[in-house]
Design a binder for this molecule. Structure first.
Ligand SMILES: NC(=O)c1ccc[n+]([C@@H]2O[C@H](COP(=O)([O-])OP(=O)(O)OC[C@H]3O[C@@H](n4cnc5c(N)ncnc54)[C@H](O)[C@@H]3O)[C@@H](O)[C@H]2O)c1
Length: 303
């Protein structure tokens, strides 16, 4: 056991499996008392069971750590509140929350149902809000705390997961809003975009070139929750961790601007925009086109 998080109280959502479980175990191993939340659902979000959260708590206890299970659904306000209330009632404070819970409902946009949209956005985006909302009230009073959201490289866009990509983009904006809004109360907020072997990544249709284990992601989360990261004033950041790689994502900013003389008209914009302001090509679109080209070459006989 290390002591990176000695005396801290950390709540982790989706902590029964995959990355969340590794985060909860690592937090406990580093000296934190942990609230283990998991609704215990299938990858699509069905068949809830409390056994998944309880099993992770037992694992932590067997390793000599201290944890409590909350098997609520994070997409409800009551669920988010119960996770935070449990930390405060059981352990007396709350130093960090890590919102890892997530599901997938993959479908092309033109076939996506309202339910597929709503469930995915509710679990990821609202499920981060419900916990951040309750936790930030406690942390504001404490004048300290760390909020961590989970996004994905897919926030750049996704062919068949518009629901997931939208939720993950929203989580980045939520994290940056929390970083701004809570800065003066000593609360930091950051986002992690992981790539790790779990049941969820096993579902990704293309091969991932850079991938690691949930334990790699857990090490980054422990650091972000620690005083070492707080001393560095790390807030409003998005980090990818994929096996041996750690990367920081750029802040969104205007790339290029031009100014009109007089009022804009569509005609003026048509003459001005392409040459002066232009576009910022999508890396994923280029990748998609390259893949389509490679597939076409591969299929062509004698190519
Ligand atoms: N694995 C990767 O490579 C990868 C890549 C990008 C992003 N992510 C993100 O990392 C996070 C963890 O992913 P994972 O691969 O460990 O997935 P996972 O499916 O192994 O674990 C997700 C956990 O969340 C729980 N959960 C689902 N809905 C819930 C709800 N409403 N309330 C509480 N718990 C709920 C599930 O029961 C499950 O135990 C997700 O947010 C995912 O989108 C993962």
């Amino acid at each position: 056991m290390g002591n990176f998080l000695d005396g801290k109280v950390i709540a982790v959502t989706g902590a029964g499996r995959g990355i969340g479980r590794a985060v909860a175990l690592a937090c406990a191993a580093e000296g934190a008392k942990v609230v283990v939340n998991d609704y215990g659902v299938s990858i699509e979000g069905g068949e809830p069971t409390s056994q998944i959260a309880e099993a992770a708590v037992e694992e932590i206890a067997a390793a000599g750590g201290e944890a409590v299970a909350v098997a609520d659904d994070v997409s409800t306000m009551a669920g988010g509140r119960r996770i935070v209330d449990t930390a405060v009632e059981r352990f007396g404070r709350l130093d960090g929350v890590v919102c890892v819970a997530g599901i997938l409902r993959e479908r092309m946009l033109f076939n996506m149902s309202e339910e597929e949209w709503d469930l995915v956005v509710a679990t990821h985006l609202k499920g981060t809000f419900t916990v951040f909302r309750a936790a930030s009230a406690v942390m504001r009073r404490q004048r300290s705390g760390t909020l961590i959201g989970f996004t994905s490289g897919n926030h750049q866009g996704s062919v068949a997961q518009a629901n997931y990509a939208s939720a993950k983009g929203g989580i980045i904006s939520l994290v940056r809003s929390a970083a701004l809004g809570l800065h003066k109360y000593g609360v930091t907020a950051n986002c992690v975009a992981p790539v790790a072997r779990t049941r969820m990544s096993a579902n990704v249709p293309m091969e991932l070139k850079e991938i690691g284990e949930p334990e790699d992601v857990a090490a980054l989360v422990v650091y972000l929750l620690s005083e070492r990261a707080r001393e560095e004033k790390i807030t409003g950041q998005v980090y990818t961790i994929a096996g041996p790689k750690i990367a920081v994502w750029a802040q969104p900013r205007e790339l290029r601007a031009g100014y009109a003389e007089g009022a804009w008209t569509p005609e003026k914009i048509a003459d001005f925009l392409p040459g002066t302001v232009g576009t910022d090509p999508m890396p994923l679109l280029a990748q998609l086109e390259a893949m389509a080209q490679a597939a076409a070459t591969h299929q062509r006989p004698n190519a």
